[in-house]
Design a protein around this ligand. Structure first.
Ligand SMILES: [Zn+2]
Length: 786
């Protein structure tokens, strides 16, 4: 690629230092005169001398080699023999495409021209305003000037596109896909357009651009990215149809709603520095659930919020390696470590708690005030708390500060005692150890049918209320804490379980799982409540328990106490939810069915055989049953199923269905076959978007534990290179190693101690801590019953 960057500079006086990397410079001039410059590839700096203090124009001519291996920066997103050339620049890859000051607070106006071969489409942040034929039949496209924006949000893509368009409130919303895929982008298109309209109303600030693209990229290394006016996404999120299973459809749709929220929160108003990245992400995460719930009330989004955001954040934030949501970030490299469940999930949970604390109206008013005040500019968390405080008249700054600038969260112990409820808080850590501090905790509770709010900001408080038949804290699960009841407390909850709300039940199971991991409750208590879930069919709680059981099976299969769970859980729930969609049922029931059927097919051979019979009609199958049919087919047929499944994975165009086939290819009882799947994932024969599926799915197959660990040790460096040393790699390792390493903690520790690389930050320590917690839990669960 040949590039020419003209940079208008004011007040540089002498030396101008620009961020630049992986570029080859041809010439640099200042106001038309050749200038002296130097380039330091190690420091990523292009230094231009003799820049006058007054306004000057610095022109830089350069070339760039686009690598075949990269999957971010400026990269080739491949499909078949073709590719789309696209950018993915967060946090600091803009400097690999053009010289710039690559920091979020240095906003600039961009005027982009792209010259390319005829027959190719081009997409960028703003609409095309000019198309001109130049030498050799090439075409020069000119894009409309952008508003002031940060470099990491800049985007362009060149390739063959098929587009579908909708107009919403006068704004063009357009999906762009590779040829032949436009028909699959309708769900993403519709929900993006609807959310754009709703956000304009909610924020009270018009969408600042003329169009919004959703660009589906065949190879993509994360989920999606909020480039201003041109969201990019993996196909698995953007190419979803009404016939996609609900779990994937809701995930994809919500990811679009998340990126649309960023068009205001992140793009129009941007964090000053990466230490406030959480503000972007927590907010977009929280908003995406709130907005999707508004647009699709029957999707049950707050239940999904608990399943996907709440628990993971509670889990990681109870480690000694946790970090405050609002951390101190010294360098751009460090910023990438903060892209985790704490920035996204805990931040979103705290925002939900704050919304519940200040009330929906004041929250909306405060957000709108903040967006208006800082449009086209930068702001920090404090600015948002001030706006929320002003709108509500409540001490939001203090509550937000305590929750966001400190790591961790409290354990609230609750007991009823002679007409009084005693609440006590202490810091919660999965491995115990020293931690101190008090949180200001807004607590909603119900005691003997009466709901009340308590603001606990001391160690302990007593509430005058009788709780002789019922005491439940964290109503609706809006607080970010874990509750431990005393023995009579759990008896009362068990007696009331069938009458409790869905989020409250899910919350009890969440807390019990964390308390089990921490060794604060006996496995028998957890198992008792899992059985209660078996007897009380509830869609979201069932999904959450399925995830817990999947993890426990991976950690300690064969445990005597776990063996007791299966029969009391899966069969009654399969009976209750059935295997086929029932007319009028809420869509999230379909997701529950997918969880139950695919998981039970991997655990029970009889059931696997039953589901295997459905595999023959895979393409026409109810989308929520596809995973179970494929898993059942693999478990039942073993080696005979391998080739047909591999061929199916290669022939399927849709990523969502391919993922289900990988799940099956990882569920073989014969570990050798699982190893073939792991190799296939990195063979270059399948889309690079798919490479993580074999890794994650095989980690949940206890039969593949040894093979997966040995394979990982051999392929660790290859995998790391595949992800270009990005945080995505450590994210995957954080899922996989704490499961497959559970029997060989010391060996894993030795192996990883030789792999502490700078880009990993505290990730390795975190992985080892998760592993230690799982290994300890395994030992407890494997104890013979007395
Ligand atoms: Zn985001």
């Amino acid at each position: 690629m040949k590039g020419k960057a003209g940079i208008r500079v004011t007040g540089a006086a002498g030396l101008l230092s620009l961020d630049a990397s992986q570029l080859n410079f041809i010439s640099v001039s200042v106001n038309g005169e050749p200038a002296k410059y130097s380039f330091d590839e190690n420091l990523h700096k292009l230094r231009v001398r003799g820049v006058p203090a007054r306004s000057s124009l610095v022109d830089v001519e350069y070339t760039k080699q686009v690598s075949d291996d990269m999957i971010f920066g400026l990269y080739k997103s491949k499909y078949g023999k073709d590719y789309i050339l696209a950018t993915d620049l967060e946090p600091a890859e803009a400097r690999t495409v053009f010289p710039c000051v690559d920091e979020p607070a240095f906003k600039a106006v961009f005027r982009l021209q792209i010259t390319t071969e005829e027959g190719l489409g081009v997409i960028s942040n703003t609409p095309i305003v000019g198309r001109q034929e130049v030498e050799n039949g090439r075409i020069r496209f000119t894009f409309e000037e952008t508003p002031r924006m940060s470099t990491y949000l800049f985007f362009f893509a060149i390739g063959k596109f098929e587009e579908t368009k909708l107009t919403a409130d006068g704004i063009d919303v357009i999906t762009a896909t590779r040829p032949g895929q436009a028909k699959n982008s309708e769900v993403a298109l519709k929900i993006s357009a609807e959310s754009l309209v709703e956000y304009q109303r909610y924020f009270g600030v018009p969408y600042p651009l003329k169009k919004l693209h959703i660009v589906a990229l065949p190879e993509y290394h994360t989920g999606a990215m909020e480039n201003w006016g041109a969201i990019s996404s993996r196909e698995g999120y953007a190419l979803i149809t009404e016939n996609t299973s609900f779990a994937q459809k809701s995930r994809g749709a919500m990811s679009m709603v998340h990126e649309v929220a960023h068009q205001w929160f992140g793009d129009l108003v941007t964090m000053k520095w990466w230490d406030d990245l959480w503000l972007n992400e927590s907010f977009a995460t929280f908003m995406s659930y709130m907005m999707t719930q508004r647009l699709r009330p029957d999707w049950g989004m707050w239940g999904i919020f608990l399943r996907d955001e709440g628990f993971r954040a509670l889990n990681l934030d109870a480690l000694s390696t946790t970090h405050p949501v609002q951390g101190h970030v010294k360098s751009v490299e460090e910023s990438s470590h903060t892209f985790d469940a704490i920035s996204y999930g805990k931040g979103a949970c705290v925002l939900r708690m704050l919304e519940s604390y200040v009330g929906e109206e004041s929250f909306k008013e405060g957000v709108s005030d903040y967006l208006k005040k800082f449009s086209f500019s930068n702001a920090s968390g404090k600015d948002l708390w001030q706006s929320l405080g002003k709108a509500s008249g409540l001490p939001v700054v203090r509550v937000a500060r305590e929750w966001l600038t400190r790591p961790g969260y409290p354990l609230i112990e609750a007991r009823a005692n002679k007409g009084r409820i005693v609440l006590t808080q202490s810091p919660f850590r999965l491995l115990g150890g020293k931690a101190s501090g008090l949180w200001p905790v807004p607590i909603n509770l119900r005691a003997d049918g009466k709901e009340m709010s308590v603001f606990l900001d001391r160690r302990s408080a007593e509430v005058d209320a009788s709780a002789s038949s019922e005491l439940i804290l964290n109503l609706g699960r809006k607080g970010f804490y874990v509750t431990l009841y005393d023995e009579p407390g759990y008896e009362r909850i068990a007696a009331n379980f069938s009458r409790m709300g869905s989020n409250d039940r899910a919350g009890i199971l969440f807390d019990l799982y964390l308390l089990l991991q921490a060794g604060l409750v006996e496995p028998e208590l957890f198992v008792r409540f899992v059985s209660l879930c078996g007897a009380n069919p509830d869609a979201i709680t069932t999904q959450i328990v399925c995830e817990q059981l999947m993890e426990l099976t991976a950690i300690a299969n064969g445990s005597p106490i776990l063996r007791k769970i299966g029969p009391g859980f899966y069969p009654p729930l399969l009976e209750a939810f059935g295997e086929d969609t029932r007319p009028g049922e809420p869509p999230f029931v379909g997701a529950t069915r997918e969880y139950l059927t695919s998981q039970y097919a991997s655990l029970d051979e009889g059931y696997a055989e039953k589901m295997s019979a459905r595999f023959e009609h895979f393409s026409r199958l109810d989308p929520n049953l596809k995973a179970a049919a494929a898993v059942g087919y693999a478990v039942t047929n073993g080696a005979r199923a391998e080739k047909p499944l591999q061929n199916l994975a290669k022939s399927l165009q849709g990523e969502v269905d391919r993922a289900k086939v990988y799940q099956a290819l990882c569920s073989f009882r014969n570990p050798k076959l699982v190893e073939h799947t792991l190799e296939l994932g990195i063979s270059g024969q399948v889309s690079r978007s798919d490479s993580a599926y074999p890794l994650i799915y095989s980690a949940f197959n206890p039969a593949a534990r040894d093979v997966l660990w040995r394979w990982l040790t051999r392929r660790y460096d290859t995998l790391r290179e595949m992800y270009g040393g990005s945080q995505q790699f450590y994210l995957y390792m954080g899922y996989v190693i704490p499961l497959c390493g559970v029997e060989r903690e010391a060996e894993v520790r030795r192996f990883l101690s030789g792999k502490r690389l700078k880009e990993g930050g505290s990730s390795v320590t975190r992985i080892l801590e998760l592993l230690h917690i799982n290994a300890r839990l395994r030992r407890r669960l494997l104890l013979p019953e007395n």
